[in-house]
Design a protein around this ligand. Structure first.
Ligand code: SF4
Ligand code: SF4
Length: 392
């Protein structure tokens, strides 16, 4: 659903929705292509479930799941043939809506004159298939950051305005997931065009589908689907409820914003700084991190120049470089900046948490630093008034 869409909250498919089989999923991708969308969804590539353009539903990761732990990601085969029974992979939808490298303009010297040409590439009209509820919230967070304030990013707005969002609710959380703590899943919130819940019984593989926008309803009307029976709806809801009970991680039950404000001098920051490599992986994989830097390049003739916008990270030493040097020179100050922004000052800037509980920063941290463990340690420190014990 577009960020600025005229929302029809009445669920045009009706509250009970429709049910379809694997043939419906195949038809969905075909319909999306026929309607001019570029479908993007999960697929197995190079030992991971990544998000990539799909030519057909056959490319979905049927029969694959994942094992996640701090600093660890492994594919594992599933006997049930489920397509969406896997937790978040290394990417979110961020690289599609807010790409890591964007050329802003080029400049050429032509007959002694400087000609500057703004980059104007019509973005593809994406259909994101398999958006997790936590990632749906992350898109809403980036909408607020990149289009909701005084400094609107027109490139993001252009890519986002045409995007169709097809959510798949979570029935198989990872060991690093904590969306329940953040109120972002495993059931979906608003903002989708279509939402599906996958149900795999002993002998039946089906999807309970509901629409959340007129365009979603029009697409759903083209699929081989029938009214959802009570048993499918009940089983689907039970699968999502069971997922909520199997979250791998949780945040401490406290006001995280207040916790961040009260622990700026906690010794835990020194502890985590001793482990953090300041590599910035956590910011690259995070679906809400949005910072960019600007790079100007020229060719060897000096007659051609380009300006690029590139993802940046608050873990980079240069990130806070002002005259005289970086404001945050130590690993302690950079990790503290990242965590206190995510869980605390993001509220002041954007009115929400900057963390949606996807767990990617835990999985893709090369030394396995765990945001929930760090928050818990800070919480323990406020309760005990004593320095937290050394991590084992
Ligand atoms: S901070 Fe970590 S868990 Fe939270 S949204 Fe970013 S990557 Fe996901
Ligand atoms: S917390 Fe982990 S991923 Fe993030 S900068 Fe430190 S070492 Fe890298």
């Amino acid at each position: 659903m577009r960020a600025d869409a005229d929302v029809d909250a009445s669920r045009p498919s009706g509250p009970d929705g429709l049910v379809m089989g694997k043939d419906g999923l195949a038809a969905l991708v075909d319909v999306l292509i026929r309607r001019g969308f570029t479908p993007v969804g999960p697929t197995v590539r190079e030992g991971a479930i990544v998000l990539a353009e799909l030519g057909s539903a056959d490319e979905l990761p049927y029969g694959w799941g994942v094992e996640l732990e701090a600093g660890r990601y492994r594919l594992r085969e599933r006997a049930d043939g489920a397509a969406f029974a896997h937790a978040a992979g290394p990417q979110s939808w961020k690289p599609f809506l807010h790409p890591p490298r964007v050329r802003e303009w080029t400049a050429d010297r032509v007959a002694g004159e400087l000609v500057v040409t703004a980059e104007r590439v019509a973005p593809p009209r994406y259909a994101f298939l398999g958006v997790r509820p936590c990632d749906l919230r992350a898109i809403a967070v980036q909408d607020r950051v990149l289009t909701g304030g005084a400094y609107r990013d027109p490139g993001y707005a252009g890519r986002r305005s045409g995007a169709l969002l097809i959510v798949v609710e979570c029935t198989e959380p990872g060991a690093t997931c904590f969306c329940v703590s953040m109120g972002t899943g495993p059931a979906t919130g608003p903002g989708y065009d279509l939402v599906m819940t996958e149900v795999v019984d002993a002998d039946r593989h089906r999807f309970w589908v509901r629409s959340g926008s007129r365009e979603g309803a029009e697409i759903l009307a083209e699929l081989p689907a029938r009214p959802a029976d009570p048993e499918t709806r009940r089983t689907a809801r039970a699968g999502v409820a069971a997922a909520a009970d199997r979250m791998g991680r949780s945040m401490p039950e406290t006001d995280l914003r207040e916790l961040m404000a009260r622990t700026l001098d906690a010794p835990r920051w020194d502890d985590v700084a001793g482990r953090c490599l300041t590599c910035g992986n956590c910011t690259m994989v995070c679906p809400t991190c949005f910072c960019t830097t600007t790079e100007d390049v020229t060719d060897l003739t000096g007659d051609h120049a380009e300006r690029w916008s590139l993802w940046d990270s608050c873990f980079d030493l240069d990130f806070s470089n002002l005259h005289g040097g970086p404001v945050r020179a130590s690993a302690r100050s950079r990790y503290r900046q990242w965590l206190t922004h995510k869980l605390g000052t993001w509220y002041d800037q954007f009115g929400s948490s900057g963390c949606v509980g996807c767990g990617r920063c835990i999985v893709w941290c090369p030394v396995g630093i765990d945001i929930t463990e760090e928050a818990a340690a800070l919480h323990d420190w406020t309760r005990s008034g004593q320095p937290t014990p050394e991590p084992s």
